[in-house]
Write a protein of this length. Sequence first.
Length: 352
Amino acid sequence: MNKFRFLTAGESHGKCLTAIIEGMPAGVAIDVEFINNELKRRQQGYGRGARMQIETDTVEITSGVRFGKTIGSPITLVVKNRDFESWQKVMSVAPEDITDEKRFSTYRPGHADYAGSVKYQQSDLRNILERSSARKTAIEVAVGAVAKLLLKELGIEGCSKVLQIGSACCPDKFKDEVDIMRGKGNTVGGRFVVTYRGLPVGLGSHVHWDRGIDGKLAQAVMSIPAVKVVEIGTNPLGFTGCDYHDEMFVENGEITRKTNHAGGIEGGMTNGEEVVIYGVMKPIPTMRTPLKTVDADTMEETEAHFERSDVCAVEACSVVAEARAAWVFADEILLKYGGDSLEELKRNYSAT
Ligand code: EPS
């Protein structure tokens, strides 16, 4: 049951990435510059690959918005792949264009190549790489930006930051860590945090396992390519109950807390405190220093395929996580308060 729902489509080197969003109330101002700035944030961060020099991601809106505001109909977003220029033949949809150019058959350990090719019975691993590439997160950030515009109307704002790159925990050392890994033909992952404030009490629910907002956020962040760990609030390992739980006090007639170990979620519901989500991204598995692997064509041991890639994309990943959290919150807001127009949503929202 989703109110804010969407599908995305598009390959890494195909013509474009597309999303169709349904469920945005009518009357929400759509600031294209804001969406483009979110796309720009995703392209940044030290350690990105050459592809980021080729692309200047911008959104084109082809439906659902008129004179700057949503009209309640499905919103179509398009982000063009500039690199498609050089890939037109390789990514052609026409059967007569079939080619072995850019075909590869050596699995990259850690990537989707092996499981994806077995599952979809594809001997050209490019047919798996093209969609499993994190390139698709560009259109996801555009969807998240639209969700953020709705949240902003209700005074809800989010941000994210990188906390650790490899073994470096202080920003001054992040670049060095990336440079060392680049020098070795290696890659490096890291840890990031996403926070949202201004959320009302009671998004999500305790009544069924699949209605908890912590579970929804965890799925949204965990399914970002390369994310292996998601935590909500302080990791409780090693804490006692007395130390961990956030005691409640009254100040000027309002309930207050002095700590937020719960990360703004109790019983699968927002509790009005800041929502805090931590994620850990593994090192990207496409590397100049090849790992040992197997060739799918010959079943012989060999070295993994290398294609231009990022040395480190943790900053981009944190922006993607921020976008994904935004669409979870937008969906929960619409589920709880409803409203086909922004006016109706605001009326329902302020009535509680
Ligand atoms: C990405 C675009 C991709 C990769 C990266 C993310 O572009 P290309 O494959 O043309 O270099 O740079 O994806 C991966 C590293 C991966 O392993 O999926 C982007 O737009 O973020």
